[in-house]
Design a protein. Sequence first.
Length: 218
Amino acid sequence: MKKNFLFVPALVLGVCALALAQAPAGAPAARPTPAVAPTKVGIINIQQAIVNTKEGQKAATELQTKFNPRRAALEKRQADIQGLQDQLKKGGATMAETAKEKIVRDIDTNTRSLNHDADDLNADVEQEQNKIMQELGGKLMAIMDQYAAQNGYAVVLDVSNQQNPVFWADQSTVITADIVKLYDQAHPSTAAAKPAAPKPAVPTTPKPTPAPPATKKQ
């Protein structure tokens, strides 16, 4: 069975773990009641905001550095499996039955082991990522709460939350860049180089191609 593995070193998925409806630790307990009820609606992409902060970029780079050796090792094992598959495909017709059976067993054993270790890697990445997102997300929510109160926003919608999609919004309502700027001012951090786009831990492991039956000698 084909199985896809996705290595996600950049902080782009853990936002779902944030309890956005709950006030984070350290957030203002209550807002002062304005003289006029706020009426503005704001749009923010929480995922983009967190990733674009200097702390978010630094954390993403550190995450890649931590897990890249394991990803590289999985890619090497994937290449070894592909080599066995190519060997079976090219020489299966003339190969001795015992040799062919050994290659098939090796492919199966190595593939199952690779699948298991890739699952472990992805689980470790997700756990580490969620931890980072909770920490940065809490600080971001505190800033956004204050920003919304000071600027008369009645509602701020998260366009990265698929449960509450926004089909259209005027650009003037988007506050993502403002929140990123305020976050960096409140939590200065040495900016790390922006990480390269994430790539899969290992490519999809294809099924072994059945070799044609060996030709019996007359």
